[in-house]
Design a protein around this ligand. Structure first.
Ligand SMILES: Cc1cc2nc3c(=O)[nH]c(=O)nc-3n(C[C@H](O)[C@H](O)[C@H](O)COP(=O)(O)OP(=O)(O)OC[C@H]3O[C@@H](n4cnc5c(N)ncnc54)[C@H](O)[C@@H]3O)c2cc1C
Length: 392
């Protein structure tokens, strides 16, 4: 089972857990992996994932999770993504992107009502940050929330929201005090998508991740009761930044998954395909690509596990999560590209899943913080560290 997994990195329990998740994926997802790439994943599948416990490995037991930590979430992310990346993007949008802010900043009542059904896979969550005019510069957010008595009235648009159209609940962000910087004037809300004024403008037509739904949403005078503010008013930017660290680590786990499958297919193909009277793996042009893929997967796993372990210990992981996400997502694109090259013309057909992973992988140097923004964050943390250590 550990095959190409360096067992030194993982605990025995994590290895056992990985095998269990892998068996689940082979039974429940693999048989329909190509089919669900043609349309949205069936809601029933998310329920099965919830029932198996894979929506809540990093959530507290009191809300229905198993409280095992982010190191287990990256295992789930890798294993499901290795079979169908879009499905895991949808699972993670619900369990982690929506789930973590509610878990960390929600009241007991909010968690019971708006998190437990998500962990069971009975309800779907999404996170609404990005807007038509606001991507990387989240502090420039245009969505506004104004107080009317006890309630808040939300107006704005959110674009590229994974699970947007099927979601039951959205964790979203809006400016509540335009007179101060967004750092202090942004608030986080849980919005029930059945509320009047919430609408879906359209589902985006994407290059990859086709089993997920990614939507453009509109909020027109959406009334949110006081009990659905997450954390304190004005704490939104802090909640947003906190969410991104766990999100980026979990995405790094996914990236290893959608790098791994093209790698496995390429290794097998390079062994079986003969040209010039020998297997193509006999040519360095092919075999050195395989060496690079193996190296990138191993390095990516180590970086991702480092960030996850630190998060589970309560440490700040802005630098580590950014490094893990940046490295693994760039690696996954390179691996999928090299795998496609090794398969030659066959790689360009849908007879092999490599083209699907090639399309899926391309997203991830964009979503959840672009490669450019992550490089900015990493260097900023490096200079901070050097300054703190009096080395500058
Ligand atoms: C399939 C998909 C799913 C998504 N899911 C979600 C979701 O669930 N929830 C959500 O809120 N968002 C989601 N997003 C949005 C995603 O997080 C944004 O696309 C991403 O943050 C980048 O924003 P943007 O697309 O507006 O690009 P922009 O911010 O407009 O950037 C365009 C280009 O300019 C570069 N750039 C911008 N600023 C700088 C800078 N300071 N220095 C250097 N380069 C810079 C960027 O790196 C990029 O290359 C999703 C996006 C996609 C495509």
């Amino acid at each position: 089972m550990t095959d190409y997994l360096s067992s030194a990195l993982w605990t025995e329990d994590e290895i056992k857990f990985r095998k269990e998740v892998r068996d689940f994926c082979l039974k429940e997802i693999e048989p329909i992996a190509d089919e669900i790439d043609k349309g949205p994943y069936p809601r029933e599948l998310l329920r099965k994932i919830g029932q198996a416990g894979y929506m809540g490995v990093h959530h507290e037991k009191s809300v229905g999770g198993t409280q095992r930590g982010l190191s287990y979430e990256i295992i789930v992310a890798e294993e499901i993504s290795a079979v169908n990346a879009g499905l895991d993007m949808a699972r993670m949008a619900s369990a982690t992107l929506y789930g973590m802010p509610v878990s960390k900043f929600g009241t007991t009542e909010q968690k019971k009502k708006y998190l437990t059904p998500i962990i069971k896979g009975e309800k779907i969550g999404c996170i609404g940050i990005t807007e038509p005019d606001v991507g990387s510069d989240t502090a420039g957010m245009k969505t506004r929330a104004e107080k009317d008595g006890d309630e808040w009235i939300l107006n704005g648009e959110k674009r590229f929201i994974t699970n947007g159209s099927p979601a039951d609940y959205m964790c979203t962000f809006a400016i509540t005090d335009p007179n101060v910087k967004a750092k202090d004037g942004m608030s986080a809300f849980i919005v029930d998508t059945k509320t009047d004024g919430f609408s879906v403008v359209q589902d985006h037509d994407l290059l990859g991740m086709k089993s997920a739904r990614v939507s453009w949403l509109k909020l027109e005078d959406v009334r949110v009761p006081p009990g659905m503010v997450l954390g304190q008013p004005g704490q939104g930017f802090h909640i947003l930044m906190d969410e991104l660290d766990s999100e980026r680590t979990a995405i790094a786990g996914e990236a290893i998954g959608y790098g791994r499958t093209p790698y496995e297919v390429a290794v097998k193909y390079a062994n079986e395909r003969h040209q010039f009277g020998r297997p193509i793996r006999a040519f360095e042009g092919v075999s050195f690509k395989i060496a690079d893929m193996a190296m990138k997967l191993e390095a990516g796993r180590a970086l991702t596990l480092t960030a996850a372990r630190m998060y589970d210990r309560g440490e700040n992981i802005t630098k580590e999560a950014s490094i893990a996400k940046l490295y693994t997502t760039e690696a996954a694109i390179q691996i999928a590209n090299d795998a496609l090259q090794i398969l030659g013309g066959m790689g360009y057909t849908t007879d092999y899943p490599v083209e699907r992973f090639f399309r899926d992988a391309r997203l991830m140097t964009i979503g959840g913080g672009t490669a450019e923004i992550l490089r900015f964050l990493i260097q900023r943390e490096v200079f901070k560290e050097f300054k703190t250590l009096n080395r500058l």
